[in-house]
Design a protein around this ligand. Structure first.
Ligand code: AMP
Ligand code: MG
Length: 404
């Protein structure tokens, strides 16, 4: 049995180089940018009025109130107004280019216009630069405005539009297959016999993958025998990553292991000091990776997040795909038999004293009903037997934490 940290080291050593692709920029939400976004023009592209008002020479209105000749108007998108002459003001709207010669905009509220609209009185002085966003203040043409590696959110998409990037180069998603195993399993639309249960892990894993933006292929249920397993594992090895659930615990594991051996799949680890999820298997064939996750629903779910997510996330170009961890104050005593680091369902809440952590009672590593109320997991260090109420503990947020 290896520690979680040792397992992570092995995982990180075996991640294939991520691939990239070009997609329409407006479809890049949540994708990791694989190249820098460079400003293709100055922004703002001209000295831009940031308020409705009058473009003036600040020197002309130093001794305000001052009456100026109203020399016309500048609208956003209404062309570039000719140069401002001394003693003149131009009615200007937000977003319009400030005419040459003007160095400030005085706001409309303090500038009454004469009844014949030929003159305007500027009631208060303005300083040079007031209410003008100068050309190139936000970026100069050629500036790197977004570094490769950033996840594209609404702001990044806005910037790609601003600079005319029709396409974005992003990291491609790995192809992933999910395979369930077990003679006891039937599908959700079947009625289980007295000794059967419905396959839930495949759908849970597909949802977890979806939270990473990955659409997985589902290969169905393999029976607990070599022939069926071999065929389905072989199909799974055509994808970048195959995730098998079930069939890796004692006894059953032999089937999967035999098939791995026959197919030249090398096992890199097969037991980790984690609870739930001890019999987690990680294997590879060439640059194809295989996860063998234990079949108990919570084991499958937790080991996916702890071991598959760090790998798959990096294959998607995400620098730190691990689930976020925070510290919180425990509201109840929790006990365990020491030995393995445990991930226990918990409900955390933000309070005036930081995060409070309430463990959720659950029956065993199959108890998805107990788990479903959790928004986080309490990390219980393997060497400890008890965490006491009031102690500061480490928690791992579930991937859909902010939606729960
Ligand atoms: P295994 O890891 O195959 O020994 O399975 C451990 C436990 O998880 C058994 O009780 C299985 O019935 C259950 N199990 C295995 N695969 C699934 C699945 N896909 N959906 C729900 N339960 C499962
Ligand atoms: Mg099984």
């Amino acid at each position: 049995m290896i520690s979680i940290e040792e397992a992570l080291e092995i995982l990180l050593r075996n991640i294939p180089a991520p691939k990239t692709e070009r997609i329409p920029f407006y479809k890049s939400l949540g994708r990791v940018l694989a190249e820098d976004i460079v400003a293709t023009s100055d922004i703002p592209p001209f000295n831009r009025a940031t308020m409705d008002g009058f473009a003036v020479r600040s020197a002309d209105v130093q001794n305000a109130p001052v009456e100026l000749i109203l020399g016309g108007e500048a609208r956003a998108g209404g062309g570039i107004h000719e140069r401002l002459r001394p003693g003149e003001a131009i009615y200007i709207m937000t977003g319009a280019p400030v005419p040459d010669g003007a160095d400030a905009v005085q706001i409309v509220e303090v500038c009454p216009v004469s009844p014949c609209e030929s003159k305007v009185t500027v009631m208060e002085p303005v300083a040079p630069g007031d209410n003008i966003a100068p050309k190139g203040r936000e970026a100069m043409s050629g500036d790197v405005i977004i570094k490769a590696g950033r996840v594209a959110g609404p702001a990044e998409i806005a910037l790609m539009a601003t600079f005319g990037y029709a396409e974005a180069r992003v990291y491609a998603k790995p192809s992933v297959a999910i395979l369930s195993t077990g003679d006891e399993l039937v599908e959700f639309d079947e009625t289980p016999r007295a000794d059967q249960i419905r396959n839930s892990n495949a759908y849970c894993l597909a949802a977890q993958l979806k939270l990473l933006g990955i659409e997985a292929d589902y290969l169905g249920i393999a029976r607990d025998e070599k022939e069926d397993l071999r065929g389905k594992i072989l199909a799974g090895l055509e994808r970048d990553v195959l995730i098998i659930t079930g069939g890796v615990s004692m006894g059953e594991y032999d089937f999967v292991r035999d098939v791995f051996e026959e197919l030249g799949v090398e096992i890199l680890f097969s037991k980790v000091a984690i609870k739930p999820g001890k019999p987690t298997v990680f294997a590879r064939k060439g640059n194809r990776l295989v996860f063998g996750l234990p079949g108990n629903p919570l084991s499958s779910m937790i080991t996916f997040e702890c071991f598959a997510r760090p790998v798959l996330g990096r294959m998607c170009g995400i620098k730190r795909p691990e689930l976020k961890r925070v510290q919180g104050v425990l509201l109840e005593d929790v006990r365990q038999t020491p030995g393995r680091t445990a991930f226990l369902p918990a409900r955390i809440e933000w309070t005036s004293n930081g995060w409070s952590v309430r463990p959720i009672s659950w029956k065993n590593s199959a108890d998805m009903i107990g788990f479903s109320g959790a928004n986080a997991t309490l990390i219980f260090p393997g060497e400890l037997a008890m965490l006491s109420r009031g102690e500061t503990v480490e928690i791992m947020l579930l991937p859909d934490f902010f939606a729960r």
